[in-house]
Each structure stands twice: as structure tokens, then as C-alpha cells.
Design a protein around this ligand. Structure first.
Ligand code: G3H
Length: 258
């Protein structure tokens, strides 16, 4: 099966809605200038909640070849959960993707695999695609336990799910030590864990699921290293932080195939 590469920009807590509109316009212009072919990669921006309406309006009204989504979601449907945003609310804004369980959420907001599981399920139930983030810290990497640690996170994220549900997700492998540090995992490091994630999905949910689910790599992806990372057979895209904040940095990542 051919898995279409997904190049997703996670803006994190950057860019207000004015800046968001400006970046989307610049990105659309730069992609057109680079002869971007949306058949060869899918380009998505994951914005702060406050930017989504502005980004949606721009992308839909100008029919830009970009997807958009959010960086987190509530595990609850509605009610007395001050400050939270439900999957249904995001779906009503036409979001396609929602990042769940990013290492910054796990670290600063104590998100466990159980919470990631519950949130991802809400995203699926609302008809969107969760980008479920997993990955080891430096201590685990130094002990050489990156595969077992990351595979256990994947098993926890989808415990109790059906194969049909898991077939709808995207998994992002982000070694925490490579996020925002300039330390990029080697292509072989990325391949090792992405392949193990795929193998785990295969043994738990079947070969079709393993063939279908896109596994992304994230952690200091840049124009200068994207091609070698994307050349790995089990890497189906990138989750990009810092380099997604400028059109001139993100465009060559999205058009890595050129
Ligand atoms: O979600 C994106 C990752 O945290 C990677 O961030 P980075 O590209 O700035 O290292």
C-alpha cells in the first residue's frame, strides 16, 4: 500500500490569529512558487485554538491546498470542564487533524497513556484524525530501551480499540531529546522505532492496519535533513515544530520529494 506522506506543522503556542493568517498566505504563495503537488504530500498546519477560525476561513475561501487542525482536545464531550475544547467543537470548525499526547502535554500536563487513549477516541468518534505522539526521553535512549518504551506507549494509546478504529490514526514518533534542541535522530534511529511501531500495530491489529497507518517522525526536522529522513521505508511524514513557523523553512520540507 502507498501511504501518502503527511507533513504537519505544529505551531505550538506561537502566532496569534493575525500572524496565523499571514503565515498561511505566505505558505500558500511559497508552495505555489515551488510547484507543490498535493498528490505527492499532504500539508497540514496545527494551530492554537484561537487561530483555527481565521485559518479555516482563509483556507476554505481561497481553496488553498492545506489541511488544518488543533494541538489538543478534551477527553470529555461537554459540560463543566473549564478551559477545555471538545472534539465536536473542533469538528464543527472542519478540523481534519488533532495532535494528541505530544510530549509537552505529557510532561507539563501529566497526560498518561490512558488520557491519550480517551482523547484520541473522541477525535475518531468526531470523524477527525488523531496524530498520536509517542517517544522516549534521553534517559530511556541512553539505556537503549527506546523501542520497548515507545511501543508500550502505542499499546497504551490504542488499548481496547478495534482494528477499524486504529486504521484511522496517524502515529508520530518524537524522541523527546530531539525536540527543539537541534539534535536530530539519525535516519536509522527514526527508522528503527518507526518500524517497531508498525510491527506492533501489525501484531495487535493485523497487517492491513500496519500497512495503512502513517507513522511520522518529529524532532528538529529541517530542509537540510528531511530528504534522508523521508527516505526511510517506515517514515511516512514529519511533525515539524520550529521549522513550520516560517513559510520559507516549511515549504522545502513539504516539497521534500522535489
Ligand atoms: O511537534 C513537533 C515537535 O515537537 C518537533 O519540534 P521541533 O521541530 O521544533 O524540534
Amino acid at each position: 500500500m502507498t501511504r501518502k506522506p503527511l507533513m504537519a506543522g505544529n505551531w505550538k503556542m506561537n502566532l496569534d490569529h493575525f500572524e496565523a493568517t499571514s503565515l498561511v498566505q505566505k505558505l500558500a504563495w511559497a508552495l505555489a512558487d515551488a510547484d507543490y503537488d498535493s498528490e505527492k504530500s499532504e500539508c497540514v498546519v496545527l494551530t492554537p485554538f484561537t487561530d483555527i477560525r481565521s485559518v479555516q476561513t482563509l483556507i476554505e475561501s481561497d481553496k488553498l491546498p492545506l489541511g488544518f487542525g488543533a494541538q489538543d482536545v478534551s477527553a470529555h464531550d461537554s459540560g463543566a470542564y473549564t478551559g477545555e475544547v471538545s472534539a465536536t467543537m473542533l469538528q464543527k470548525l472542519n478540523c481534519s487533524y488533532v495532535t494528541v499526547g505530544h510530549s509537552e502535554r505529557r510532561e507539563y500536563h501529566a497526560e498518561t497513556d490512558e488520557i491519550v487513549n480517551a482523547k484520541s477516541r473522541k477525535v475518531i468518534e468526531a470523524g477527525m484524525t488523531p496524530i498520536v505522539c509517542v517517544g522516549e526521553g534521553l534517559d530511556i535512549r541512553k539505556e537503549g530501551r527506546q523501542v520497548e518504551y515507545t511501543v508500550a506507549q502505542v499499546e497504551g494509546a490504542f488499548a481496547g480499540w478495534s482494528a477499524e478504529e486504529v486504521a484511522q490514526v496517524v502515529v508520530a514518533y518524537e524522541p523527546v531529546w530531539a525536540i527543539g534542541t537541534g539534535e536530530v535522530a539519525t535516519p536509522e534511529d527514526a527508522q528503527e522505532v518507526c518500524a517497531a511501531i508498525r510491527a506492533s500495530l501489525g501484531s495487535s491489529f493485523g497487517a492491513d492496519v500496519a500497512d495503512t497507518v502513517r507513522v511520522l517522525y518529529g524532532g528538529s526536522v529541517k530542509a537540510s535533513n528531511v530528504k534522508e529522513i523521508m527516505a526511510q521505508p517506515d517514515v511516512d511524514g514529519a511533525l515539524v515544530g520550529g521549522a513550520s513557523l516560517k513559510a520559507e523553512d516549511f515549504t522545502p520540507i513539504v516539497t521534500f520529494y522535489a
